[in-house]
Design a binder for this molecule. Structure first.
Ligand code: FAD
Length: 393
């Protein structure tokens, strides 16, 4: 019954850790509240940084991705009725990958469960952790048949996202939780419509920010800034398309290709960081440890960064009794986490300054944008942050 590692949550973080453990022959079990079909279809992220894809490739997890993902080399800002192209590959030699999160999760589950023979249990309930500050933690849960189960283990990976149970265990006496609220909502939309531009578009408009991001030849993600807590039902199909056309409209840009909206929900933009990401034998990874509002498309990348470090550190501990990776885990993750948090904040001011109603903020936003388009040094600095710094793997 004993397992060296129990992973809570089958998102990108948990499944990547599970795959790394299985590749090294380490036994583990992944517990997930949802069904396999549900997690393989849940739409979310799509932008992956080059180093993250290389990290997946080095661990044998990127075969489908490299065949099917699109390379993005430029983005476009639209403001004041004009289009400003930002060619980041020309500046840096680097690009983004676009691969929808459900496809990545499908690949990771398949590789873990069907190829590497990993144990994954779907539809679990009431996950509880005991003895985390001892050498013998126990994970308790109710299985999909309603039976109470116990798994004694050596380590627990808390990869259960922003709404899971593991983060709640890092109470104020065990960790510092820093939180930032932007006071802004984004209506996150998925449209059954082909992309209307050959790259990502950011619309900076007095009505509010709007974003256009390709997901596949048939599906496009759009965002519309809205009041936090707004009701998605306030946004009819007609209202959504009329605002998108207005906020993303510019001279020489063809109108957006409209389509049925297949996802429509309001995200209240906020961030948090849990420090340290460890308590006793519990190691947090991904959104359970740090949330980055999707402003800069960083969350899945950070989840993968944690997972690479934690997977490798657990393998070193369990196969060679080398504890160096686990000891340095939290600090090694948090450097990148704070870097991306700061960039999200900076970018938020660019996206939302013009619509803030504050003429001073609108003025500084315009100055930042002018600098971005006119100074190669400012452009290069932005591109590096936008693409994500390459770690040494
Ligand atoms: P999750 O993907 O949330 O996985 C956690 C898993 O744990 C889930 O399957 C959940 O069902 C399960 N779970 C929860 N509670 C329990 C429990 N008690 N027991 C067992 N299992 C549990 N990031 C990017 O990098 N680029 C983007 O372009 C981008 N766009 C985004 C757009 C939107 C609209 C949203 C909402 C997010 C976006 N993100 C983006 C962020 C990205 O989706 C997340 O950062 C990423 O999913 C985090 O992965 P994770 O494995 O940590 O958590």
């Amino acid at each position: 019954l004993h397992k060296p590692v129990v992973v809570i949550g089958a998102g990108p973080a948990g499944l990547t850790v599970g795959n790394i453990l299985r590749a090294a022959g380490v036994e583990c079990v992944v517990l997930e509240t949802e069904t396999r079909a549900f997690i393989e279809q849940r739409p979310r992220a799509g932008v992956l940084e080059e180093w993250a894809v290389r990290g997946l490739e080095q661990r044998g997890l990127a075969a489908n991705l490299l065949e099917r993902a699109q390379r993005h080399t430029e983005c476009e800002f639209r403001l004041g009725g004009e289009r400003y192209r930002f060619e980041y590959r020309r500046l840096t030699g680097h690009h983004h990958w676009v691969y929808p999160q459900p496809l990545l999760v499908t690949d990771l589950v398949h590789e873990y469960a069907d190829v590497r023979g990993g144990d994954i249990r779907f539809g679990v309930r009431d996950v509880r952790l005991h003895g985390l500050d001892s050498d013998h933690p126990v994970v308790e849960y109710v299985d999909d048949l309603g039976e109470d189960r116990l798994i004694p283990c050596d380590f627990v990976v808390g990869a259960d996202g922003a709404r899971g149970v593991t983060r709640a265990l890092l109470t104020p006496d065990r960790a510092l939780v820093s939180r930032h609220d932007y006071g802004i909502g984004w209506l996150a939309l998925l449209a059954e419509a082909p992309p209307s531009n050959d790259c990502v578009v950011f619309g900076i408009h007095p009505n509010g920010f709007a974003g256009h991001m390709a997901r596949s030849p048939e599906v496009t993600r759009y965002y519309l800034e809205c009041p936090p807590g707004d009701d998605p039902d306030n946004w009819s199909q007609d209202r959504v398309w009329s605002e998108l056309q207005q906020r993303l409209g510019a001279n020489g840009a063809p109108p957006l290709t409209e389509g049925r909206l297949i996802e429509k929900r309001v995200l209240d933009m906020h961030d948090y960081v849990v420090e340290p990401m460890v308590f006793g034998r519990l190691f947090l990874a991904g959104d359970s440890a740090h949330l980055t509002a999707p402003i800069a498309a960083k969350g899945m990348n950070l989840a993968l960064h944690d997972a690479f470090l934690l997977g490798d550190a657990l393998v070193a501990q369990l196969t060679k009794s080398d504890s160096t990776g686990l000891t340095g885990y939290s600090a090694a993750c948090l450097g990148r986490v704070w870097d991306y948090q700061e960039f999200s904040q900076w970018l938020s001011e660019i996206y939302h300054g013009t619509s803030s109603g504050d003429p001073y903020l609108a003025g500084t936003t315009q100055a930042r944008l002018r600098r971005l388009f006119s100074s190669p040094a400012a452009g290069l600095a932005f591109a590096e942050q936008y693409l994500g710094k390459d770690p040494e793997y």
